[in-house]
Design a protein around this ligand. Structure first.
Ligand SMILES: Nc1ncnc2c1ncn2[C@@H]1O[C@H](COP(=O)(O)OP(=O)(O)OP(=O)(O)O)[C@@H](O)[C@H]1O
Ligand SMILES: [Mg+2]
Length: 256
């Protein structure tokens, strides 16, 4: 199982949209895909119409019970989506308390990685959707993954937020003595605006070949897709946005 994590400490940059878009395309290509919600706001969970407060088991249990959970129990916590081959490990609000209750315990950073190792033969890909805050959840998601996808909104202040994310990855790399592969994804690109163009240019100048040499355009169909609770490739397969995510996926598959 390949594990990718979608992360950026800045909110509203397209993390959840990137997770559902790539996950949907991979699943339609016949890959077995697991999407994991590590955000207490549970946007990914709600995207699929799963009522997170009604769940008996969620990503919370993985943290609370950690190593005691057998693979069968983890598999039971997974919810199906609207398409074949695509499952969700949902989040509940309770995970917001993890920083306070567990953040200080040693070994807490690898809980998710160890749990995913137990179910790794059941999936080809796991994609982790992060909250826009650095805490025990994001640390776990980063530690579990082989590639970090960093969506960045192509607007004036985007690079400032990205700085912080880069520092987080450096810190994690030092503490884990592990080199992260990461790809920056310019999102919500509006070719009519100077701000988008300028932001894109400075991304390339600063981060060079770490930036995917394409863009995810502004596309209102993404919001419509989320309202319909369908993954974008199912809801609007011919939209500009879906084409862009397909191109991004091809690029990522070549890198790995
Ligand atoms: N390329 C796009 N074009 C237009 N709208 C988009 C695009 N990508 C995402 N959106 C919309 O922007 C909003 C924020 O996107 P999304 O939820 O994916 O961001 P996020 O980074 O996960 O946010 P958060 O940090 O709050 O978790 C959503 O309403 C989504 O439908
Ligand atoms: Mg999100």
């Amino acid at each position: 199982m390949k594990i990718w994590t979608v992360a950026n400490q800045k909110g509203g940059v397209g993390k959840t949209t990137t997770t559902v878009s790539l996950g949907g395309i991979l699943a339609l290509q016949g890959k077995r895909v697991l999407l994991i919600d590590t955000d207490p706001h549970a946007s990914l969970t709600y995207y699929f119409g799963i009522d997170s407060e009604q769940l008996e088991v969620s990503v919370y249990d993985i943290f609370a019970r950690g190593s005691q959970m057998a693979s069968e129990e983890i598999l039971q916590a997974l919810c199906p989506s609207t398409i074949e081959n695509l499952d969700i490990l949902p989040a509940t609000m309770a995970i917001a308390t993890l920083d306070r209750s567990m953040g200080h315990k040693s070994g807490m950073g690898l809980v998710l990685k160890k749990a995913l190792a137990k179910i790794s033969e059941h999936y080809d890909y796991a994609i982790l959707d992060c909250p826009p805050v650095l805490g025990v959840l994001m640390v776990n998601a980063l530690a579990a993954s082989e590639r970090i996808l960093v969506p960045v909104q192509t607007e004036f202040l985007a690079l400032k937020g990205l700085d912080r994310m880069m520092r987080t990855m450096e810190l994690m790399q030092t503490s884990q003595s592990k080199q992260y592969n990461y790809t920056i994804i310019p999102t919500m690109y509006d070719k009519r605006t100077k701000a988008s163009l300028e932001a894109y240019k400075s991304l390339i100048e600063t981060y060079e070949d770490k930036v995917w040499p394409g863009v995810i355009p502004v596309d209102t169909k993404f919001r419509d897709a989320s309202l319909s609770q369908k993954v974008p490739i199912e809801y609007c397969p011919k939209s500009r946005g879906v084409y862009a995510y397909k191109a991004l996926l091809e690029h990522l598959l070549q890198l790995d």
